[in-house]
Write a protein that binds this ligand. Structure first.
Ligand code: CA
Length: 224
């Protein structure tokens, strides 16, 4: 999942970028509204985390422009402003959620995941890919409705690919996701897990494409 973080405070921006990466997201940091505006026009992001007080323009103006273009990207506003009118103003302009600084990182992560789940739409808490289904609330995989059990690290790799279906997932972001679960990863560990997963996914007509220098991408096999 690709997140654009718009935050002009250097320390906060760096810290949040690191946390977002640790949680397995591909994060881009924008320190001005102008940069964020052009990034949003040229790159597909799954979510926008937006500070309102920016040096060049008000975050609300960026949000207004975004919704005027009919972009449905989920937007979480982060701001030091805690006045009720700011909060309502942001929500009226089309923000999906709102957090006031300072906040707890754990709460931020929970809200981001909740917003992303909601924005995945029709599936509720499930992400479907071919015959595979991932229940993101209970972290359970199934194939044609029957549970699919995987070793934890293979599960972690497949979860990262499913949550980002349609996008290339970098090896780094997979490694960071796995690092939460286990001790050091060997250099070629991810290749090994991907290799094992490929074998398991063949009967389902699902492949994992290696995009050289970038990462991995889930795809439906042509001959499925
Ligand atoms: Ca600011």
């Amino acid at each position: 999942m690709r997140i654009l973080l718009v935050e002009d405070d250097a320390a906060l921006g760096d810290g949040l970028s690191r946390s977002l990466s640790d949680w397995g997201f591909d994060v881009t940091l924008a320190v001005t509204g102008t940069y964020a505006g052009s990034a949003l026009c040229t790159q597909p992001y799954d979510m926008l985390i937006l500070d309102l007080g920016l040096p060049d323009l008000d975050g609300r103006e960026l949000l207004r422009q975004l919704r005027a273009r009919k972009s449905a990207i989920p937007v979480l506003i982060l701001t030091a402003r805690d006045g009720l009118s700011d909060r309502i103003g942001g929500l009226e302009l089309g923000a999906d959620d709102y957090m006031t600084k300072p906040f707890e990182l754990r709460e931020l992560e929970a809200r981001i995941r909740a917003l992303l789940r909601r924005s995945l739409g029709g599936y509720g808490h499930d992400i479907g890919y071919g015959r595979l289904r991932l229940d993101t609330r209970n972290l359970q995989l199934s194939v044609d409705g029957l549970p699919m059990l995987l070793p934890p690290r293979e599960y972690g790799v497949l979860e990262a690919l499913l949550l980002n279906a349609g996008h290339v997932v970098s090896k780094d972001s997979i490694a960071q996701r796995l690092a939460d679960r286990a001790e050091e990863l060997a250099d070629n560990a991810i290749e090994v897990y991907v290799h094992r997963l490929r074998k398991r996914l063949v009967p389902l007509g699902i492949g994992i494409r290696t995009v050289r220098g970038l990462g991995y991408l889930l795809e439906q096999s042509k001959d499925a």
